[in-house]
Design a protein around this ligand. Structure first.
Ligand code: SF4
Ligand code: MG
Length: 313
């Protein structure tokens, strides 16, 4: 495992946003992390890069054998961009409007590699070519506003991968893009992943994206893991009522755009989470014990946290 997370909890003050999440990702593999907004999936991703200054992080995050929880800020800063990189939904917010994309990729490169500006600029052109931007040398000299949404996401991928990290965290990387461009970006990530043996953590609420990309799937609800299994298992034999509800909420008539439709009821408040199984107020199958007793996460390799599955998993 290049990335191994054990019993990760992230709190802001008294509010625990992520509560005991564990997973691993191997080189060349993709873990899809799925859930509604507020499920803790983005916070989980950001904590992998040590980006939450005001958060209390407990548990273990091992990157290539190195413990990140409790590591000095300076060490985390060295690792971000060189060992683990992140791309987001909105590339424009991460790009500076006043500098050319070539300058920005070159600067990202020079944060971690001692090279001349000239060498770094060559690296930027090389990266733009690798992510499929036509006329990379000319386009390196242009500013971000000259690029379409899809092309900007390619620029972000070029920047994220310039220093050859082993792990890429992608938080809703295609959510803002239209279907065709979305497919192109996912294909690009998959190709680069193959070529480089990259481990990818893909955060999304889009099960279509998960079906296309993920080897394994982690389903989060109210800050906890409710189901974690190989992707084909999740789609063929979902065990948790919440996962089933997610799959049922996928509009079948439009398979290219399988966004989650709302599931009846609201996601739990993390200020005052429901006792027992956090899904019980919305669960069509809830038993009496669900309101009082937290179901353990059990099973291997198909892990599920549900009292209904206690006996045979
Ligand atoms: Fe539903 Fe109970 Fe299973 Fe929770 S533990 S998902 S409430 S059946
Ligand atoms: Mg999010």
């Amino acid at each position: 495992m290049i990335l191994s997370v054990r019993d990760l909890s992230v709190s802001f003050g008294d509010v625990r946003i992520v509560d005991g999440v564990s997973f691993g990702v191997q080189r060349g593999r993709t873990l899809g992390v799925v859930g509604e907004s507020g499920s803790g999936k983005s916070v989980t991703a950001l904590s992998l890069l040590g980006l939450h200054r005001r958060a209390t992080v407990a548990g273990s995050i091992e990157l290539d054998g190195e413990e990140l929880v409790g590591a000095p800020a300076e060490r985390l800063r060295r690792l971000r961009g060189s060992a683990v990189s992140m791309i987001f939904q909105d590339p424009l917010s991460s790009l500076h409007p006043f500098f050319t994309v070539g300058e920005q990729i070159a600067e990202a490169y020079r944060l971690h590699r001692r090279t001349s500006r000239r060498v770094a600029r060559e690296r930027a052109v090389e990266m733009l070519a690798e992510v499929g931007i036509p006329e990379p040398r000319r386009r390196a000299g242009e500013h971000p506003h000259r690029f379409s949404g899809g092309m900007r996401q390619r620029v972000m991928i070029a920047m994220a991968l310039a220093c050859e990290p082993g792990v890429l965290i992608a938080d809703e990387p295609t959510t803002a893009l239209d279907v065709t461009v979305q497919a192109q970006i996912l294909d690009l990530i998959a190709r680069i992943q193959r070529e480089r043996g990259l481990a990818v953590v893909l955060i999304t609420h889009d099960l279509g994206v998960v079906a296309r990309m993920a080897d394994d799937v982690l389903v989060m609800y109210g800050g906890r893991t409710v189901e974690h299994a190989p992707a084909r298992e999740i789609f063929k034999r979902p065990l948790h009522p919440y996962t089933r509800a997610l799959l049922d909420s996928v509009p079948g008539a439009d398979p290219g755009r399988t966004r989650l439709r709302a599931i009846a009821g609201a996601p739990p408040s993390l200020l005052a989470p429901p006792p027992g199984c956090r899904f019980h107020p919305r669960c069509p199958a809830a038993l009496d014990t669900c309101a009082t007793t937290r179901p353990p996460l059990a099973g291997d390799p198909h892990r599920v946290a549900c009292h209904l599955e206690g006996a045979d998993h």
